[in-house]
Design a protein around this ligand. Structure first.
Ligand SMILES: O=P(O)(O)OC[C@H]1O[C@](O)(CO)[C@@H](O)[C@@H]1O
Length: 528
């Protein structure tokens, strides 16, 4: 396409939201009018599906749930007055709690103020709070946040070691919608033990964010934790940033969550418009559909050119891949849907994998996130007439151009600044784009059966471990792997048994391995 035609295409497709100062440019996605026209009926259906969802339809049929994250930023849209009230009240309670923490009216038993937060949660109960903390926490936040988002003992130790004596003034948030996910449960038990070791009263420094009546909720209630905030059945983990899951840690750090909710609301209003060209979420969904042929054939590389947005790609990875990565469509047909998402930040990644994007396998499209404001205040010149920010901008525009010249498609989202309003808007933009895309390809974006299967498999491994330990403890003599597998009644799982034993041995858990470690069949294994 010549320069004039391209400039015209740019202007034809440019979307601008005045209130948010947000631009969306899909002109470098090389779809043509024929595709757009052919997709219009699908979009009409997607808009209708979304309208039903927002009215409270059971949009997650497998789990029999409503999907209501849009109500969080506009409670008046909730399908019943009770839900509206619940949303409004929860926000007020969160703000009142944070206010008391900030003034010291609520303080730990052995210190006058809380100084730090340990946030324990995983997946949707961690990624939103992590992204928002990285993007929006003030340089010197009211409370400094630390995350435990795994069952990694060394990772937990690192956080606890960094905190050291500050545990006395550290507030613990345990965030788990189900209240039964093993990783946050383990994190909670480990942190509790660390508090006990320092003679600290964990309950007086702990807050639970979970579904009412969950295991976690019951523990928090029985032990008299400092506070409990509800997670709603109708908000999925990966869309929970604007529920108590994201709001509690954000308010405690001093982030303006009302502005974040407002940004989400304004974007929701814009993405509710049932016109493809005037709806930025629909434009994203169109671009994704085109790029991957409606089958996710191309990966989404997310490149924010701003350090504070580093975790946006990680956040989107869960939002997009857990929502769209599905084996079956809504009719039960096997479809293997999904879009792979990765990325960190520009221009840093230009010195990592952009070489492959420019010249290698063309199995992706890029989403550039551009931030117009370089920094607060003026910049110095790093060479005559040029600032560091000019370089960053030049790298973005140059990479976009270089990719285009090599027939690599890209989308550019431009925001004026990274602030609570624009971050709220970005979250809402992608939530809606995922919902619309899911309708286009006819899948349930709101369940995660594959993850449940993985959780069950992990539980089976731990059962097997107990059986193997029981066998070893009963035996007086050393056994081969084959003998252990037989005695545990798990002959088919000899490889898993070997791996379990190797792990126990490495951690001095009462398992001796003798023989050639490189030759599992030679091993003689005993307890001790
Ligand atoms: O908040 P919970 O219930 O601990 O779940 C954590 C995460 O686990 C998943 O259920 C599966 O990964 C996510 O959808 C969810 O965000």
């Amino acid at each position: 396409m010549d320069a004039k035609a391209l400039w015209q295409r740019y202007q034809n497709w440019l979307y601008f939201h005045e209130g948010l100062g947000l631009y969306l440019d899909v002109s470098r996605m090389s779809f043509d009018d024929t595709l757009v026209e052919s997709l219009r009926p699908k979009f009409d259906k997607a808009f209708a599906d979304m309208a039903e969802l927002e009215k409270g339809a059971i949009a997650n049929p497998d789990e029999g749930r409503m999907v209501g994250h849009y109500w969080l930023r506009n409670p008046d849209l909730a399908p019943t007055p009770e839900l509206t009230q619940e949303i409004v009240q929860t926000l007020e309670q969160i703000e009142a709690f944070a206010e008391k923490v900030h003034t010291g009216a609520i303080h730990p038993p052995q210190a006058s103020r809380f100084t730090d937060i340990i946030s324990i949660g995983i997946g949707g109960s961690a990624l939103g709070p992590q992204f928002v903390a990285e993007a929006l926490a003030p340089d010197f936040p009211a409370l400094t946040i630390h995350f435990i988002d795994n069952s990694d003992p060394a990772g937990i130790d690192r956080i606890l070691t960094h905190l050291g004596d500050n545990l006395v003034s550290t507030l613990v948030l345990v965030i788990s919608k189900s209240g039964g996910t093993p990783e946050p449960r383990n994190g909670m038990i480990e942190v509790k033990a660390a508090y006990a070791k320092q003679n600290l009263d964990f309950a007086k420094q702990a807050v639970a964010i979970t579904s009412v009546g969950s295991n976690l909720d019951q523990v928090a209630q029985t032990e008299g934790w400092l506070a409990r905030f509800p997670m709603y059945d109708w908000v999925g983990g990966r869309t929970s940033e604007m529920s108590a899951v994201g709001l509690v840690p954000a308010v405690l750090q001093g982030i303006d969550v009302r502005a974040m909710l407002q940004g989400g609301k304004e974007m929701d209003d814009a993405t509710r418009v049932p016109e493809l060209e005037n709806n930025p979420a629909a434009l994203l969904a169109l671009s994704w559909y085109f790029s991957g042929n409606g089958k996710g054939e191309k990966d989404m590389v997310v490149l924010p050119y701003k350090d504070s947005l580093l975790l946006f790609s990680r956040y989107l990875q869960q939002l997009v891949m857990e929502s769209l990565g599905k084996e079956k469509d809504l009719n039960g047909k096997t479809v293997y849907q999904g879009i792979a998402v990765y990325g960190n930040k520009g221009s840093t990644d230009q010195h990592a994998y952009v070489q492959q994007l420019r010249e290698g396998v063309p199995n992706f499209f890029v989403t550039f996130i551009e931030v117009l404001e370089d920094r607060q205040g003026k910049s110095i010149e790093v060479q005559p007439g040029v600032t560091s920010g000019d370089f960053l901008s030049g790298f973005l525009l140059g990479t976009r151009q270089a990719l285009y010249e090599n027939q690599r498609d890209s989308i550019t989202v431009t925001i004026p600044q990274v602030n609570p309003l624009t971050v709220g808007a970005l979250i809402a933009l992608y939530e809606r784009a995922v919902g619309l895309y899911a309708s286009l390809v006819n899948i349930n974006a709101y369940h995660q059966p594959g993850v449940e299967a993985g959780k069950k498999a992990a539980a089976d491994i731990l059962d097997l471990q107990s059986k193997v330990i029981a066998v070893l403890q009963k035996e007086k003599t050393a056994l081969s792997l084959e003998q252990i597998a037989q005695k545990a009644g798990a002959a088919q799982q000899i490889e898993a048994i070997y791996q379990i034993l190797r792990h126990l041995h490495a951690n001095q858990r009462g398992v001796n391995l003798k023989g050639d470690l490189g030759n599992p069949a030679s091993l003689k294994i005993s307890a001790g």
